[in-house]
Design a protein around this ligand. Sequence first.
Ligand SMILES: Nc1nc2c(ncn2[C@@H]2O[C@H](COP(=O)(O)OP(=O)(O)OP(=O)(O)O)[C@@H](O)[C@H]2O)c(=O)[nH]1
Length: 177
Amino acid sequence: MSGQRVDVKVVMLGKEYVGKTSLVERYVHDRFLVGPYQNTIGAAFVAKVMSVGDRTVTLGIWDTAGSERYEAMSRIYYRGAKAAIVCYDLTDSSSFERAKFWVKELRSLEEGCQIYLCGTKSDLLEEDRRRRRVDFHDVQDYADSSCSSALWGGWECKIGTALAARARCSRRSSWPP
Ligand SMILES: Nc1nc2c(ncn2[C@@H]2O[C@H](COP(=O)(O)OP(=O)(O)OP(=O)(O)O)[C@@H](O)[C@H]2O)c(=O)[nH]1
């Protein structure tokens, strides 16, 4: 890990190709990934400093590889995470099943982890609604019963909004977490 002090550990989880790395790039560097798809190998770490009220918080974001080949490795990266962004592709129903797999595992093994479900590639639905493969209400029901929140979006998804909310919650109870 980088030598930087991390206040909140965040992990990105989800099936390969759902767009985890793209979301992190967009959020941390405000840029879109260009060029051909390159799958993450193992995991990648990036730190992001953000303001929450009058505090400065450093997020340590672990972007895990979605390929099932790296499943055991992903478990190492979610340990001790305060927040998990579990991504699925709105145009791929199997990716939602994979997201549920991670949510179930986090709920049983990482009690202190806030779980956010994140539907990606909504731009593809804007182009053609028939491409949707994950029902809006199914996600909402599932998020209500099993997660901290559901996020909607593609490139524009604001991971930070959810994390800031999480940070504010922590602040009311015990901060730093
Ligand atoms: N149209 C569209 N394409 C996207 C979006 N997000 C990611 N992609 C594309 O989907 C592909 C996979 O994106 P990645 O961000 O590499 O996916 P990943 O989940 O990190 O994949 P792994 O590293 O294999 O786990 C790439 O070709 C991206 O350009 C999105 O919001 N909309």
